[in-house]
Design a protein around this ligand. Structure first.
Ligand code: FEO
Ligand code: CA
Ligand code: CA
Ligand code: CA
Length: 646
């Protein structure tokens, strides 16, 4: 196989800048110490003013409610990879969705979400050449099958599972700036909800991980609800399993640990359990324990078995953004996206080996998982979720580190972590090391009983009171929190935090709904990414139930915005088609292409389209020539070839 380790020495063709944030490819050393100066900026407004400010020179665009993608004057957006497009030289998309499950397993899945670009050596006559790993978060089974869910069969379950997971595609940028998927490609791959995965780390083999089909508890079938993502400095992809509960149905009495993860009696309409018995949670209660993990995939080796890294904890993972500690250890920040869940970070035991890729093969299996406790005074603390400490002992239900990890949420409850307003993506500033996290909304806060900090287990249904970090009851618009680790070291157990922005509409009567945005209106921040120069890109996910109605009437369709982290000024860069969510922002290594995913165009509040009227809300991207809307990856460039955002 091609070895991406060869790329490290050359920053122009190596993994993108963010792959190596903190690593100086020229001198082959980590820049940990250099981050220290930036650390002061958070503490002192005087020094903060001296922090280099990224230039944002496009004109923000207005809100839009039409069925189209809009970008600023001087930019162009190209549809590069849509649901059903072949990953390699397999079958083409069938506009009436008549492709088989086997066809779907060789095509782009549905509902593109987080993604990352991995550079390959240049090809003659091509500006950029790389691999993209792209998550397919979930399916709309109304759109996926020609007649939707009117009939239900084992083949439809198989096809739904094949439309989940991850795509790895090979892409090139031609000299005229157009991006193409390389077909055929020796790298191309689909990982689905039935691809075998190795279970690694402390929970591997634990009795709670064992099933009838896998009595050793070491090999799980598939990954699902792959929401946001991360990547490692050694060029692997991290795909994050979010709403595992959606796929299981548990008739009868549901064990408390499964309830804590949202497993219920009805499921969420996937109906997989009717033909794939492992999703019948009553019959196979441990199967749900095998989901909710971060999965590491080597995009450069299509034969490599994906690995579920249990040391990073089990919850509704949103993303996995990394930083490098001063001593070279890897730090991974992760949100648990449900109402009143927690923010975590993993600190590896060993330092990253920047010279030998293989030296990092098991790096994510050893380390400490922490959960965040935000103090009311702007200070915060990372509490270790380590067996034998902080009450994580057998008498409290944690007999080993495996049990702490399989029941990560309960461990967070035990140590009274701070209940957050739905943590979505996390992004680390490439120069200052400041960490930003979107908190998308929360309609389950503002309870008058202060049962959140009583030192014992907190029920998921409890409504915590407002607090300094989550200051609004019924937070319908969301906000962004940021923190800076003590001494500028990502491995610190203490941090300082503040609120970067509270979303809202200044035109609304209720002061609590007006927010404090400087610049263009946005709500329900979700996707989040820094570019190499420190511009913060924010993607929104206003739910189809709220979009362009009521308090959201002024927000338009979902959007991508660009913010200056110093001034907090925000400009709207892109608006999406009707019913879509914007997600996945990431960059080509030269910063001249921004990749964005348009997820679920045309989605209605039920999340299941009517196959009789599939284009009722949106016909994007194919318009009149297509039969149904499709999620797709966009490649966005400046027409003059300049760096995006400048
Ligand atoms: Fe899959 Fe929390 O968004
Ligand atoms: Ca999300
Ligand atoms: Ca969301
Ligand atoms: Ca969403």
């Amino acid at each position: 196989m091609f070895d991406p380790e060869d790329l490290v020495a050359n920053p122009t063709v190596g993994p993108s800048f963010s792959d190596w944030a903190g690593f100086d490819p020229g001198r082959r050393r980590w820049l940990g110490a250099a981050l220290g100066a930036g650390a002061l900026a958070f503490l002192s407004p005087g020094i903060q003013a001296a922090t280099p400010r990224p230039r944002i020179s496009f004109d923000g665009i207005p809100v839009a409610v039409d069925d189209a993608v809009h970008v600023p004057v001087g930019y162009t957006a190209q549809v590069m990879y849509a649901w059903g497009d072949p990953v390699s030289d397999g079958p083409a998309f069938a506009p009436d969705a008549s492709q088989s499950a086997d066809d779907q397993a060789q095509q782009a899945g549905m509902h593109h979400d987080g993604m990352h670009y991995f550079a390959l050596p240049p090809l003659a006559g091509r500006r950029n050449h790389g691999l993209m790993a792209i998550n397919h978060e979930y399916t709309d089974d109304g759109l996926l099958h020609t007649d939707g869910m009117r009939t239900w069969t084992a083949d439809k379950v198989r096809k739904s599972q094949a439309a989940h997971g991850v795509s790895v595609i090979e892409v090139v940028e031609r000299d005229d700036g157009k991006w193409e998927v390389v077909r055929p490609s020796r790298f191309a791959r689909r990982v689905t909800a039935y691809t075998p995965m190795r279970i690694a780390g402390p929970a591997a083999g634990h009795p709670w991980m064992r099933t009838e089909a896998d009595p050793a508890g070491l090999v799980a079938l598939g990954t699902l609800n792959n929401c946001a993502n991360g990547h490692t400095p050694w060029g692997t992809y991290l795909t994050c399993e979010e709403n595992l509960q959606a796929y299981f149905v548990h008739s009868g009495t549901i064990p408390t640990p499964l309830r804590r993860y949202g497993i219920n009696e009805r499921g969420f309409g996937y109906r997989w359990h009717e033909f794939d018995v492992r999703f019948d949670s009553q019959r196979h209660p441990n199967e749900a324990n095998r989901f909710g993990w971060v999965v590491e995939i080597d995009p450069f080796d299509p034969t490599a078995t994906p690995v579920k890294r249990t040391a990073l904890g089990r919850f509704s993972h949103e993303g996995a953004a990394h930083a490098i500690a001063k001593d070279g250890r890897l730090v991974v920040y992760m949100g648990d996206d449900q109402r009143n869940e927690y923010i975590y970070k993993f600190v590896s035991r060993d330092a990253v080996d920047p010279k030998r890729r293989d030296g990092n093969r098991d790096l994510l299996d050893h380390g400490t998982l922490y959960v965040a406790k935000f103090g009311q005074d702007g200070n915060g603390e990372w509490i270790a979720l380590t067996h034998g400490t902080n009450g994580l002992v057998a008498e409290n239900g944690f007999a080993s580190q495996a049990e702490v990890l399989i029941h990560t949420r309960q461990a967070g409850d035990r140590v009274s972590a701070t209940m957050m307003d739905r943590p979505e993506w996390i992004a680390v500033h490439p120069r200052t090391g400041e960490v930003y996290c979107t908190l998308t909304n929360n309609n389950k806060r503002g309870g008058t009983t202060s049962n959140a900090v009583d030192g014992t287990t907190v029920l998921a249904s409890a409504q915590p009171p407002v607090d300094a970090t989550n200051p609004r009851a019924a937070n319908s618009f969301g906000h962004i929190v940021r923190w800076r680790e003590a001494a500028g070291d990502a491995a610190s157990t203490r941090f300082e935090w503040d609120l970067f922005v509270q979303c809202g509409d200044p035109a609304l009567d209720d002061p609590a709904k007006r927010g404090d945005i400087h610049g263009d209106l946005f709500g329900n921040p979700d996707g989040l990414a820094f570019d190499a120069q420190g511009r913060l890109w924010i993607a929104t996910d206003i739910s189809p139930t709220a979009l362009n109605k009521g308090d959201f009437a002024g927000f338009g369709n979902n959007a991508l915005l660009c913010a200056d982290p110093v001034s907090a000024e925000v400009r709207r860069f892109l608006t999406g088609p009707r019913g879509s969510e914007i997600t996945g922002p990431c960059f080509a290594p030269d910063g001249r292409t921004l990749f964005v995913n348009i997820q679920h165009p045309g989605e209605n509040p039920g999340e299941r389209n009517d196959p009789e009227h599939p284009k009722a809300l949106s016909a994007w991207p194919d318009g009149s020539s297509g039969a149904r809307p499709r999620s797709a990856t966009l490649a966005i460039r400046r027409i003059d070839g300049g760096v995006v955002g400048t």
